[in-house]
Design a protein around this ligand. Sequence first.
Ligand SMILES: NC(=O)c1ccc[n+]([C@@H]2O[C@H](COP(=O)([O-])OP(=O)(O)OC[C@H]3O[C@@H](n4cnc5c(N)ncnc54)[C@H](OP(=O)(O)O)[C@@H]3O)[C@@H](O)[C@H]2O)c1
Length: 325
Amino acid sequence: MRAIVVPEFGARPAPADMPKPEPGPGQVQIELEAAGVNPFDKRIIDGFLKDRMPHDFPMIPGVDGAGSITAVGAGVHDFQVGERVVGKFLIPPVGHGTFAEYIVVPVDSALAKVPDEVTAIQAAALPTAGITALDLVHAAKVTKNRTVLVVGAAGGVGSYLVQLAALAGGHVIATARPDDTDRMIRLGAAEVVNYGRMTVTDSPTHAEASELSVADSVRITVPGGIDVLFDLVSPPTGFADNLSLVQDGGVAFTTVGSADDAALTARGITGGNFQSSGGAAELRELLRHVGNGDLVVPIDATPPLEAAPDVIGAPGARGKTVLVI
Ligand SMILES: NC(=O)c1ccc[n+]([C@@H]2O[C@H](COP(=O)([O-])OP(=O)(O)OC[C@H]3O[C@@H](n4cnc5c(N)ncnc54)[C@H](OP(=O)(O)O)[C@@H]3O)[C@@H](O)[C@H]2O)c1
């Protein structure tokens, strides 16, 4: 089968011919149509999980994928050949991922059936980023009129998070580059704070030049402080700066490990370093939202599988990149 492989940690991925995997007991074989790309793929390739999980080489990277079941192993009753499915697959040994024509996964992994109205490309864009966003909204208990700041809103997680926080009734402030302001508003942001060129946009129709930091810009817009901070990108100093916006007793999460728990506790702020743990149930909830038209799948680009070496780890995400297999 066609696949993308990495011969050793840190190596550049490359196309290769690999054996087609066959399902064992309790497993299904999926012919993949589409595979979502996440920043985590590059980190796995670079050895992030080296000491935590066994790996097989040549490693096929890729965690998110969607396609149709082509074979089922003994004892599988809930899934049948021909059914369309999607999943988030980080299954030891690491190295049998979704950047390939076929994958074999246990049925009790984060696997869900795809409704007819959702395409394989849309489905493949959901798992890691969508589940993380949903987990964050649940963990922070976003409710009506809570002021929610999303830092790093333009990427995969952020593009879902803006929508899901708005859907939960939150007043969402998104950070984005100036050229992405309109998209953030369409996704449900009430306000957009620009970074990069340092322009403040208070509403979809009004923009003024500014030399302010994101935190200073938000402070002007929301002088009383925010209720919830979701920071998807900032290193510890940036997170500490953004944390100063959160009201005492509020909630602040970082997905990149930038929180100093003591600093949060001192101000009665809950949250901290966040690890997404959602699975099949959260994936089904996201698929329902997409099927209902409540959630837009933010597709940025759909390059072919062979383009994977160029898109894995690439910066400047505007939603999700999905490899078409
Ligand atoms: N802990 C967990 O469970 C978990 C789960 C999922 C993801 N993550 C992590 O969360 C992070 C975000 O994931 P993702 O999938 O959303 O990544 P992504 O798709 O690459 O998006 C990151 C976005 O942030 C923007 N950005 C970069 N620097 C920024 C800044 N200073 N201010 C505002 N925006 C900025 C980027 O745009 P520009 O490059 O144009 O600036 C890009 O749009 C990644 O590091 C990922 O590994 C953690």
